[in-house]
Every structure is written in structure tokens, then in C-alpha cells.
Design a protein. Structure first.
Length: 258
């Protein structure tokens, strides 16, 4: 075959390969199955009568009933509270003395917001967490707190957070069954991101009388099939550039011969 014709063929192929990252990435998205969650879930049967069972509830599910005081600070609240540091000190006083009175309107507003969303407060002393049940009266002017056991917090959390699998839809029950069936090994389980019930995780679920803690045990940085196609496309682009260079050389040779 003449060098000029070879150069033309190589040039066309090279031009087709140069934009390969774009169309291979799009193709990867088009043919790939639905993505999985980036969170890896574990499902463990728990017994609230045991310390391990209560600890699982406190670690993974008490965030909706219990507020850790370290979150009420300018460094952590990210604008959530009007006067986070003063509010935290007020709550610490209530825990220490049983009650605290409040004149600051900003602190009152913060206390009302906290009371709407949480029942308990917790502080860490050394390696031990202490818990207190608190309430707000007088439009936020008085806050009271009394110490409670971790068992009380765990039981209240379980009462409020537990979902009976019998009340779930067929699709939700399917997701729960898959997590329970596959999430008890060492590697955990990643459900599909669009699966029913995923938006309610982590969760406490009662399945046929057994209480399961479904919680996150890991995270996977999954860049998806589009990224894989992009990587292969970069190799194709490199090869395409080589073909274009060779085509250019052959074109020059053909022109000189002519």
C-alpha cells in the first residue's frame, strides 16, 4: 500500500481515538448496572439486655435522640446555633446543678431548637460517656437536666427508632433481607444506591422478633464505570496520538516521493 494511503488510514483512526475518553466514559455509564452505595453496611443481631447490645444502639443510632455537647460550639456547629458557646455552657451548668436560668434571647432560641430535636444530652469524661435527660420551660428561660443511665438512653432510642420489618413495603423488606443476609460477614454489604429503604439507614430493624442494628462499617470511594472508561480512553488517546504522528511522517515521505 502506498505511504500516502497508509498515512490517511492511520490519520483517520488516530482522530477517532483521540476523543476516546469522552465516548468510552459515556458508554460505561450507559451499560453499567445501577451504582451501589458508597457506604458499606453491617447487620448485627443485638440484645438490649446486654451491654454490647446497648453499646451498639448508643454508637450507631442515638444521634437522633441524643446531643453530644461538643457539637454545640462555634467550631462544630457551622452556624446551626445563634450562640453555641454560651448555649453549651448553659447546658453544662444544667447538667452539673440540675437546672439553669437563661436571660439571653439567642441562648433561649438555641435551647428551644435543641429540645425539639433531642431528648438527651451527653458529655464524655475520660473514657466514659455520661447522659442526662433535659427539658426546657418558660420559652427557653429555664432548662433542667437529670442524670440517666446509658441503658435508659438505649431503650428510649430503640423504642423510637426500631422499624418492624413486617410494616415495610415489599421493596423495602427486600433491601433489609439482603443486608441482613449479606451484611453479617467481615466484608459488609453495599446495596444499590436507589434501593428502597437505603435513605433510612442506619436503622434498627426487628425481623421476626430479632432486633438488628444496620449501620455503616466502611466507605468505598467508587468512581464508577464512567471513570474506568475514561482511564481506558486515555490509553486509546495516547495510541491515537502515536498513530497521528506516524501518519504525519508517512505523509511527508509520500510527498517527497511525489
Amino acid at each position: 500500500m502506498r505511504p500516502g494511503r497508509v498515512a490517511l488510514v492511520l490519520g483517520v483512526v488516530g482522530l477517532l481515538l483521540v476523543p476516546a475518553p469522552l465516548y468510552l466514559s459515556a458508554a460505561g455509564h450507559a451499560v453499567a448496572p445501577p451504582p451501589k452505595t458508597s457506604q458499606v453496611y453491617d447487620a448485627r443481631s443485638i440484645d438490649l439486655a446486654t451491654a454490647d447490645g446497648r453499646d451498639a444502639v448508643l454508637r450507631f443510632h442515638a444521634f437522633e435522640t441524643t446531643l453530644s455537647l461538643h457539637q454545640v460550639s462555634g467550631a462544630y456547629s457551622a452556624g446551626e446555633y445563634r450562640a453555641p458557646n454560651r448555649t453549651r455552657r448553659t447546658l453544662q451548668t444544667a447538667i452539673r446543678e440540675g437546672n439553669a436560668t437563661v436571660d439571653d434571647p439567642a441562648v433561649r432560641a438555641d435551647l428551644r431548637a435543641i429540645a425539639r430535636n433531642h431528648t438527651f444530652l451527653t458529655e464524655t469524661y475520660g473514657e466514659r460517656d455520661s447522659y442526662a435527660r433535659f427539658s426546657v420551660r418558660g420559652n427557653g428561660s429555664v432548662v433542667t437536666a437529670r442524670n440517666v443511665t446509658d441503658a435508659r438512653v438505649a431503650n428510649v432510642t430503640a423504642e423510637r427508632r426500631t422499624v418492624d420489618a413486617a410494616d415495610l413495603s415489599t421493596a423495602e423488606r427486600r433491601t433489609v433481607d439482603r443486608i441482613v443476609g449479606n451484611g453479617t460477614d467481615d466484608s459488609g454489604y453495599r446495596p444499590r444506591a436507589d434501593a428502597a429503604f437505603v435513605d433510612r439507614l442506619p436503622a434498627l430493624v426487628s425481623v421476626d422478633g430479632t432486633l438488628y442494628s444496620i449501620h455503616t462499617v466502611g466507605h468505598v470511594d467508587d468512581l464508577g464505570p464512567g471513570f474506568t472508561g475514561f482511564v481506558y480512553g486515555m490509553y486509546a488517546t495516547g495510541f491515537g496520538v502515536v498513530l497521528l504522528v506516524v501518519a504525519g511522517v508517512l505523509a511527508v515521505v509520500a510527498r517527497r516521493r511525489n
